[in-house]
Design a protein around this ligand. Structure first.
Ligand code: ADP
Ligand code: ASP
Ligand code: MG
Length: 406
């Protein structure tokens, strides 16, 4: 059972989480709670680091950021003991989450949940500090922003359990319920669709946690910390027909880097993206235009937070390969996602039409078999999401009821 930042934001909320963990424990099943840092703690620590250093060392960043989750885990364990149950809090390292050495964005390489199992066998509720592990070089690592979801899914996989993600909305909605009042809670989303939704901005589940769940067949239930309502199940369900459109997602967290004068010869794209990968930067959309006069343009999106990290890499690359570059940091992206799209032509055209009718210019387009994404002006993103949600109401099947409760 994983509880996000807003679910553990203050002492009362931590006591509420403790009660929920105890109630689950009382049904007779062993319970592991994974907790995020309280409220906006991680953001606060990131800006604090920025105040003392222009380039905080990634190793020290991990030492710093891992503390937020430890606070929540310890407080939650205390609250459970107060309710007359036995609990123990563990750091990611103590919980046996072993990672590579890529500080601030480490990958899990092994899970050795021996201590968790022992504590469960003693009848304890185990609290694990989310979003962290220990590297193969014995340093504290963190797994990337929002990665307490990943801790939870990975531990559920290793312990052969189900994974419940408790958050501040009642599940996965057809669009961010904070932007679209008419958004509907989905009772089920296939792992592939959830992958596309998370990958294009539905931050309710962190992308890598969805990848992990899909690769390891871990069923995930996203639901509210503050109600008992059934949420959204992420799992295969062959009995259901694919929805034409399951959701409309958006992101305003990306920057778009364009490289110009890219030589049209084998190996150029490889050199560029090898350099980007070596800096541990996650590139999402990549678009290369058709070559007109010997040179091409390549545009790709990166998390805005990684723009400073990217600058060095790009400058070296441009010098070595004779490229030029510019950044568009005033854009955002809206996407339509649906596995049924494959068999319904015309969805993309209607998307462009809807945006055009509302005076929204499309700067870039990217598609996958089950997704259409448009890069547009950042300030137009909320309107675009609302207009698309209205325009595709039939495909989203809003008649099935269950409007948003935030
Ligand atoms: P937590 O702190 O519990 O991890 P997050 O803030 O990471 O929570 O994710 C929950 C938030 O995700 C919601 O408050 C909601 O605003 C946002 N969100 C974006 N897209 C969606 C969507 N399609 N369905 C549900 N929530 C969404
Ligand atoms: N506290 C971390 C973050 O804010 C991890 C998480 O909440 O999942 O990114
Ligand atoms: Mg989250």
């Amino acid at each position: 059972m994983k509880f996000g930042g807003s679910s553990v934001a203050d002492a009362d909320k931590i006591r509420n989480v403790a009660r929920r963990l105890v109630a689950a424990h009382e049904t007779g099943r062993p319970v592991v709670g994974v907790v995020s840092a309280m409220g906006k703690t991680t953001d606060g620590l990131v800006s604090l680091a920025g105040e003392v250093s222009s380039r905080p060392h990634p190793r020290e960043m991990d030492m710093l950021l891992s503390t937020g989750e430890r606070i929540s885990a310890a407080l939650c364990a205390m609250a459970i003991e107060d309710l007359g149950h036995r609990a123990v809090s563990l750091t990611g390292s103590q919980a046996g989450i072993v990672t590579d050495t890529a500080h601030t964005n480490a990958k899990i390489v092994d899970i050795r949940p021996k201590r968790i199992r022992e504590a469960l066998d003693e009848g304890r509720i185990v609290l694990v500090a989310g979003f962290q592990g220990v590297s193969t070089a014995y340093d504290v690592t963190t797994l990337g922003r929002g990665a307490s979801d990943l801790t939870a899914v990975a531990l559920a996989g290793a312990l052969d359990g189900d994974c419940e993600i408790y958050t501040d909305v009642e599940g996965v909605f057809t669009a961010d319920p904070r932007i679209v009042a008419a958004a509907r809670k989905l009772s089920r989303v296939s792992p592939l669709e959830m992958l596309e939704m998370s990958g294009s901005g539905a931050r309710v589940l962190q992308l890598r946690s969805v990848e992990f769940a899909r690769n390891h067949g871990v069923p995930v239930h996203v639901r509210s910390t503050f109600s008992d309502a059934e949420g959204t199940w992420i799992r295969e369900d062959p009995s259901m027909e694919d929805a034409i459109i399951s959701g409309i997602t958006h992101t305003t967290d990306e920057a778009y880097v364009t490289l110009t004068d890219v030589p049209d010869k084998p190996g150029t794209a490889a050199s560029i993206f090898n350099a980007v990968a070596a800096a541990h930067i996650n590139v999402d959309t990549i678009i290369q235009n058709a070559v007109t006069h010997g040179d091409a343009d390549i545009t790709f999106s990166i998390p805005r937070a990684e723009l400073p990290l990217m600058t060095d890499t790009i400058e070296v690359l441009c010098r070595d390969l004779g490229l030029h570059w510019r950044v568009d940091d005033a854009a955002g992206k809206v996407s339509l996602i649906g596995a049924g799209m494959k068999s319904h032509p015309g969805i993309a055209a209607r998307m462009f039409q809807t945006l055009a009718e509302h005076g929204i210019n499309v700067r870039m387009i990217a598609t996958s078999p089950i997704k259409v994404s448009c890069v547009i002006a950042r300030e137009a993103v909320p309107d675009a999401v609302r207009e698309l949600h209205a325009a595709f109401a039939t495909e989203l099947d809003l008649s099935r009821g269950g409007a948003a409760h935030v």
